[in-house]
Design a protein around this ligand. Sequence first.
Ligand code: SF4
Length: 468
Amino acid sequence: MREITPQQAKYQSECTARVKKLNLSRESAPRACVVTYGCQQNESDSEKLRGMLCEMGYLISDDPKTSDVVIFNTCAVRENAELKVFGNVGALKHAKRKNPDMIIGVCGCMMQQPHISETIKSKYNHVDIVFGPHALYRLPEILERALKKNRVFEVENSDGEIAEGIPVLREPPPLAKVPIMYGCNNFCTYCIVPYVRGRERSRKAADILAEVRSSAEQGYKEVMLLGQNVNSFGNPVNSDENISFPQLLRMVCKTDGIERVRFMTSHPKDLSDELIYAIAEEDKICKQLHLPIQSGSDKVLRDMNRGYTAERYMERLDRVRELIPDITVTSDIIVGFPTETNEDFEDTLDIIRRARYDMVFSFIYSKRVGTPAAKMNPFLTDEEIHRNFDRLLEVQNEISKRKNDEYVGRVEEILVEGESKTNPEYMCGRTSGGKTVNFKGGVELVSKLVPVKIIKAQTWSLTGELCD
Ligand code: SF4
């Protein structure tokens, strides 16, 4: 792992200045649009792309068709998302015919897979720029080359560099996403992330704390610390500092103005008592834990290279609930992993019933070229996998609804995020446990912590009334 050198940073700021000068000389400010697919890490990367584009003099738009620069920030985790990207990139061909100066870029994890970037190169001639996550900080230089009518491909494999000081244009308050580390060392056999995002590398605690402080100064009330496996933060393998993730959490909690601290994602094999104590003891740490189990079968967990058994996982979860009884727990589950049998799937249903998750993000296994699981022959038919998937939803939905029913009558402290997406008279916010709550109120409440009495429970959200 390397940090970018002062010379590299200087070169990018010179490119920024040149592109900005070019844009200032135009009659009206050009527009740029960043379209994001995938996880919170990608959303955070897109905030950086928008920050850099802003510094180069672009107005940020959400309409790709009328923008002068369009960047698709892609995700490689599932095939469906990839197909969507190809469809949306293809759909811009007409817009580019109307405006030949339009620059179209595709970046993110998908581009780090050689067969994908080759397809873009040979079949999507209207795409001007392709770059992987490692080259994100070089957007000013890449864009400058594209403005000089060059086609730019920057997808070299690397374990990545950590670039600090990139401008960030965040979503409005209250939530600021703050990456604390990049990449992954775990090599779960179904997952493409370690191949496209490289080895684990942690940011320096001082840089993270500075970003949290600056977010608080800009009015953000909540931070979400991001990493593929936050429990590895500060591990000597990926860091030259001796600060563990629970220690970092406690440091972040000391930031004036920050009321809530969340994090994503915690790998079950590395969930320490030290972390559970930090969540239990620090008022600002949200009482929410996303702890992906992926399967309830020990055989499948072994084939997935997850590093724990179902019993070990349950022992950790019991420990969490012993120390933090009210905590909200969510999980990820893959249905139809190649070696999964119907018996293995029954083990998964058993564990779901035992774990009583508040919510599960379930996915049908998606074959990723280049991973060990892609070479395994599927045991179940598509029909069986879909039937199992529907059964899982049925079992989990009932548990989610029952867990939400337990909230009716309680008063919860809600951090208000904005208007409800479905009813403009309602505002939307979250409990400390991350449950979505809709209640009648006005926009003046945005970014405030308010008490709300829960009056109704749905499977995915709660409805409440603002207390006096
Ligand atoms: S922990 Fe496993 S699933 Fe998560 S990013 Fe790393 S390899 Fe992928």
